[in-house]
Design a protein around this ligand. Structure first.
Ligand SMILES: [Zn+2]
Length: 253
């Protein structure tokens, strides 16, 4: 029999079954450090509320428990390669509706305007210069690069959302290196923070692993509204003027 299980359910079930030492096989999905059952202690990891990092020293570096609102971000290509970058970007722009609709499937509130802003940010990071870039992963890379995003009308009361790769992906290129296991993508939803401009691990409300969607860039171009098409045309026409963006504009892109 086949069934699907998410990390929270798995971890909660493990503890409910009486596991006192969940062992090295039970690792935090985000930071991959060992987990241990927490007795009476609150852990920010959503429904896996009965587990904590075995070693507290891992708390600061983990998305689910960090007290920083500017945790370590995904690093893209540092050096620009005009030839490779131009080719990758042109290919991407030529099929942008596929990419946009793919990203919107994971984040229904994603507008074309926000999508264009994140592309501009990817331009600044020289994402396209990555020689091994695979177009199929670009929608999720853009969502991760987007940083904290407002989540309107969330049924569970979340105010912000952010996409994260697990900690094995520090640089974009890590996605496409030979790997023992495929990279994992998570969607983390946050409450409104009280004392910081963006959420920390303390505001994690819930989180889910996001499954990859092979083949989502195939097929005919998805239809978008004339207003959406016009919005993107304006973005393309503006060219690379976005390079003047300042370093303070790194969040809520
Ligand atoms: Zn962790």
């Amino acid at each position: 029999m086949e069934f699907t299980i998410d990390p929270q359910t798995y971890l909660a079930a493990l503890v409910a079954a009486g596991a006192t030492d969940v062992g090295p096989l039970t690792r935090c999905p985000l930071c991959q450090s060992d987990l241990a059952p927490a007795r009476g202690a609150r852990h920010a990891a959503g429904a896996a509320g009965h587990l904590r990092h075995k070693h507290r020293t891992n708390d600061a570096g983990c998305v689910l428990t960090t007290s920083a609102y500017q945790p370590k971000e995904l690093v893209a290509q540092e050096r620009r390669d005009v030839i490779v970058g131009g080719r990758h970007r042109e290919h991407f722009i030529g099929r942008w509706t596929h990419h946009y609709v793919a990203a919107r499937r994971l984040l229904p509130s994603l507008t074309v305007q926000r999508f264009a802003t994140v592309i501009a940010y990817a331009d600044v990071l020289n994402l396209w210069s990555c020689a091994v870039l695979q177009q199929e992963d670009v929608p999720v890379v853009l969502l991760v690069l987007a940083g904290f995003m407002r989540l309107p009308n969330d049924a569970n009361g979340a105010a912000w959302v952010r996409f994260w790769f697990d900690t094995s992906v520090q640089e974009v290129e890590d996605l496409w290196k030979p790997r023992p296991v495929p990279p994992r993508l998570f969607q983390v939803a946050y409450r409104e923070p009280e004392f910081t401009p963006f959420p920390t691990g303390m505001q994690v409300l819930y989180w889910n692993e996001v499954a990859s969607r092979p083949g989502w860039l195939d097929g005919p171009a998805p239809e978008l509204s004339p207003a959406e098409m016009a919005e993107f045309r304006r973005f393309v026409a503006r060219g690379r003027g976005h390079l003047n963006r300042g370093p303070d504009d790194r969040h809520d892109r």
